[in-house]
Design a protein around this ligand. Structure first.
Ligand SMILES: NC(=O)c1ccc[n+]([C@@H]2O[C@H](COP(=O)([O-])OP(=O)(O)OC[C@H]3O[C@@H](n4cnc5c(N)ncnc54)[C@H](OP(=O)(O)O)[C@@H]3O)[C@@H](O)[C@H]2O)c1
Length: 251
């Protein structure tokens, strides 16, 4: 896809990978709208990047999702790219039963259901638009799950399967579907889990990762990995099983 001259909505664009994508797309000459739940983080992002348009929205709320779609379609009729990036990650211990799952944010609604519903809501608007695309952010953990985060991994495996199926379905409408598969990137994701793993900090910064993503998008690579996840995209089942054993014996 041409990464310049688009009108792009990025969910979860107030920090981390989403904000780095917003910056890169602004620099490439696109109009960029970002949404997230915390207004102060959105305003901070807009202060640093005055070209940014911001909207408070919890993508897991049906009402707020509908309002977002209405607001974007009315105010930014040229919108031709949706980036489903908003996500949360939690460590959840099922040896204790259902309690931990119920006690926190619902990763299935935020990470999987929201991208599915937003895609469906925006398809009619994207149809016929030049350079139309949906970019879904999954995770290496959707290919090689980490036992400490079972629901997160399931949500991201779902994003992968949905992206493959949606790509096949809506390409005839002229809408390209990309999947971005990040490895561990240094962001605000799952601060409690990272602290529990001794303050784990990824070596890869969001800006460096997103530079590779932009190249992948420009080259029309429908599945974009980086480092370890580039390997996952080409791995055999035996390779993936080996990675699973390695990862889960460490943590
Ligand atoms: N960092 C990694 O190592 C890594 C690896 C693989 C995949 N990913 C994926 O990359 C994506 C971006 O994560 P990140 O690492 O950049 O984390 P991050 O820095 O925590 O950013 C997450 C963004 O999503 C927003 N968000 C979370 N829940 C939301 C909701 N219900 N509605 C609207 N916005 C919401 C957050 O803002 P608010 O909290 O204010 O809403 C924030 O803007 C996620 O899908 C994540 O799963 C990250």
């Amino acid at each position: 896809m041409d990464i310049s001259g688009n009108t792009v909505l990025i969910t979860g664009g107030s920090s981390g990978i989403g904000l780095a994508m917003a910056r890169a797309l602004l620099d490439a000459g696109s109009q960029v709208i970002v949404c997230a739940r915390r207004e102060e983080r959105l305003l901070e992002a807009r202060e640093k990047h005055p070209g940014l348009h911001v909207k408070v929205c919890d993508v897991a709320s049906e009402r707020q999702r509908s309002e977002l779609v209405e607001w974007v379609v009315t105010g930014f009729g040229a919108l031709n790219v949706l980036v489903n990036n908003a996500g949360v990650q939690r460590d959840i211990d099922f040896t204790k039963g259902i309690a931990e799952f119920l006690a926190g944010e619902n990763e299935l609604r935020i990470n999987l259901e929201a991208p599915i519903l937003l895609s469906g809501l925006f398809v009619p608007h994207l149809t016929g638009k030049k350079g139309a695309a949906i970019v879904n952010v999954s995770s290496g953990l959707g290919f090689v799950p980490a036992a400490k985060m079972p629901v997160y991994c399931a949500s991201k495996a779902g994003v992968h399967a949905f992206s493959m199926a949606l790509r096949h379905q809506i390409l005839p409408l002229g809408i390209k579907v990309f999947e971005v598969v990040p490895p561990a990137v240094d962001t605000d994701l799952n601060p409690q889990g990272r602290a529990a793993r001794g303050g784990f900090k990824a070596n890869l910064g969001a800006t460096e990762f997103v530079a590779a993503v932009m190249k992948g998008l420009a080259d029309d690579h429908y599945e974009i990995g980086y480092g370890m996840t580039e390997g996952f995209l080409r791995a055999s089942r035996a390779d993936l099983d080996r990675s699973f054993q390695q990862m889960n014996s460490r943590w």
